[in-house]
Ligand binder design. Structure first.
Ligand SMILES: Cc1ncc(COP(=O)(O)O)c(C=O)c1O
Length: 363
């Protein structure tokens, strides 16, 4: 049975569309993985089958991200939000300061969690500009000698994405939840990155953390083990029963990315996918306003509005009647948002661009 015919176009910001070959493989493996006679969710996390699944997920992740050996790869739980607290717990020593770049709701949440745990300096505040762009390095006012600088590479709600990296004197920590492995990563520009799985990687709840080994060694030993990155790293992500299905599914997604040509091929395809939608929006600028400023426009989330609430509602209704779902903008911004992560089909973007044209012409 092919899934293509009974599946609609899912523009959800997350949990989001997964690659169809991955879902088909998962359908088999949930019943009986690797011909073991046992499904993936039923295997002991310390048995030989899961040993293989985990080892392959780590190796394939390293291959996909071209991750240098000086970084460790961890699979954690608690979503990206857990990282908002774990980062300062582990890397913001008493008396030290962390620089935070506020480009929207998620970074603001990260900042608030860090404030409960230590000194935070807001190096950039985007609220006055309604978070319509990602700041250049010279827009930051960093506190000197900060332990780390935290920012988010793609702001899922506003549809803004960094096309450059940021630097600081301390460590660089980046939330890549909504654009991980959508393009190559310059590892020289980061010390730690994290990503909730539910956009580009797999099922929600699971988190991918990639951090420099020498940074992990600085995690304070007084922390509870499950909140200590180093303790988890030392046990190869198996300090307790790990999110086995999440790790398995991420592993399948890594294999899929490799089979599609890797992150460079993803980036080329993502650029084509987003361009055809932005072009349709711009060609109908009498009808649509793109939220993000040029130069910061995301290839993953395209946020826009028709400038009228009633018309937005009409748009969503008509799109739904054509098998397009998940287009309602985030409650903090309103309007419309098309999320087109790695697994979202190019053909679906073309169909959406055509829909944008016909809707604009008929309204
Ligand atoms: C950029 C970004 N960071 C963090 C989060 C929070 O993720 P979670 O719900 O996994 O905690 C989200 C969720 O959409 C996000 O888009």
């Amino acid at each position: 049975m092919t899934t293509t015919t009974d599946r609609i176009l899912n523009f959800s910001a997350g949990p989001a569309t997964l690659p169809e070959p991955v879902l088909e493989q998962a359908r088999t493996d949930i019943w009986n993985v690797r011909e073991s006679g046992i499904g993936i969710c039923e295997h002991s996390h310390r048995g030989p089958v899961f040993d293989e699944v985990l080892a392959e997920a780590v190796a394939d992740c390293r291959a996909v991200g071209q991750i240098p050996e000086e970084f460790d790869i961890l699979f954690l739980q608690g979503g990206a939000t857990m990282q908002f607290a774990m980062v300062p717990m582990n890397f913001l020593p008493e008396g030290a300061t962390a620089n935070y770049v506020n480009t929207g709701v998620w970074t603001s949440k990260a900042q608030k969690e860090a404030m409960k745990l230590g000194n935070v300096h807001v190096a950039y505040e985007g609220e006055a500009d309604k978070f319509d762009h990602c700041p250049k390095q010279d827009e930051l006012e960093c506190a000197p000698d900060a332990a780390y600088l935290h920012y988010c590479s793609n702001n899922t709600i506003y549809g803004t994405q960094f096309n450059h990296t940021l630097s600081d004197s301390g460590r660089i920590v980046c939330d890549m939840s909504s654009d991980i492995f959508s393009k190559p990563i310059d590892w020289n520009a980061f010390d730690m990155i994290y990503a909730g799985a539910q956009k580009n990687l797999g099922p929600s709840g699971t988190v991918l953390v990639i951090a420099r080994k020498d940074m992990l060694e600085t995690c304070p030993t007084h922390l509870p083990s499950m909140l200590n990155y180093n303790a988890i790293a030392k046990k190869g992500s198996r300090l307790n029963t790990p999110p086995a299905f999440g790790i398995y599914l991420m592993g399948q997604v890594f294999k899929w990315i490799l089979s599609e040509g890797g992150v460079t091929a993803m980036h080329e395809r993502n650029t084509r996918k987003a361009s055809c939608i932005y072009e349709a929006l711009e060609a109908n600028s009498h009808c649509y306003t793109i939220f993000a400023k040029e130069g910061s426009r995301s290839l993953m989330n395209i946020s826009f509005t028709t400038n009228e609430d009633v018309k937005n509602e009409m748009f969503l209704k008509e799109a739904a009647s054509q098998g397009m779902s998940g287009l309602k903008g985030h409650r903090d911004l309103g309007g419309i948002r098309a999320s087109i992560y790695n697994a979202f089909p190019e053909e679906g973007c073309k169909r959406f661009a055509e829909f944008l044209n016909t809707f604009a012409q008929s309204h």
